[in-house]
Design a protein around this ligand. Sequence first.
Ligand code: AMP
Ligand code: MG
Length: 328
Amino acid sequence: MKTKTYAPTPTNLRRLAAALQRGALVAIPTETVYGLAAHALDVRACESIFKAKGRPTQDPLIVHVLDLAHAELLAEFNDTARKLVRQFWPGPLTLVLPKQPCVPGIVTANRHTVAIRSPAHPLTRRLLRLAGVPLAAPSANLFGYISPTSAAHVLDGLGGKIPHILDGGSCRVGVESTILDLTNPAQPRILRPGSITATQLEKSLGLKIHEGARSRRKTTANKGLIAPGLLAQHYSPRTPLEIKPNWSTLPPNVGGIFLRKPPGRITPGTYWLSQRGALTEMARQLYEVLRAADHGNHNHLWIQALPADSGGLTAAINDRLRRAAAKR
Ligand code: AMP
Ligand code: MG
């Protein structure tokens, strides 16, 4: 299959919206990472997402919608969910809620719940408006590999496997959305940390937010199904990666990724996530730098993690680092 990358012209957006309506796959830019989108109510279209990514069908998809009105057609909202939507949508907050009957089992891995969000990226919002259908979209990469934050990253992993990529430049946030389980609104639980933090959610709701998935515990709602997005190893470069507090010299064949640009002369094989240590820049650059280091011909990679109390995006960044560095 030939993969075509499209500039975001009005004609191309109309063409891609029509392709989505017909059940074709389109890689789309969002503020977090690029998504591989399909018509969420079209079972065959959703099946082709799993095929293109090599993703196991037990790993449910996030559905992207324009707004709350569209979301309520797919999920049963409660007052807690509506409150968060008013504050954080459109944006990188995914809510897990009981699903409406119209959502096919392929999207939810046959769970009773659906994960749903309204992306802020203007191009994807235009596509949602033009297509007029909800879009199921996991990250647009091969399953388990580093998530894509540019059209070139998508092409690198899925070139030849998908027909269309909408080029919206580099993603502003750079790490995946915060996933909040609100199936029990009295006990909200963060299943995946993202740029919307537990502190922000607690402030908005005046409630304690629990962190960490119960994904391995068998609950009746989920019948013990696991969600690989929450598994220990994910987002991983092919080169083995290890978290190290610091180092002064790099052994030969090891690439070293610092959180911020080290002072003095830069030795070959040295990478950094930010110039001056800004967390937003680290998140935005994380996957780009991991990919560059993975292509740097090293036998091993070392990377620094953030001190746990660095606030803001720390939980999201360290979560991705831990999973990227986890042993296969
Ligand atoms: P990705 O789209 O690749 O960012 O991964 C989506 C992730 O969302 C999955 O791996 C799950 O961890 C999570 N997710 C999606 N739907 C549900 C659901 N119904 N319940 C719990 N987690 C979900
Ligand atoms: Mg993913």
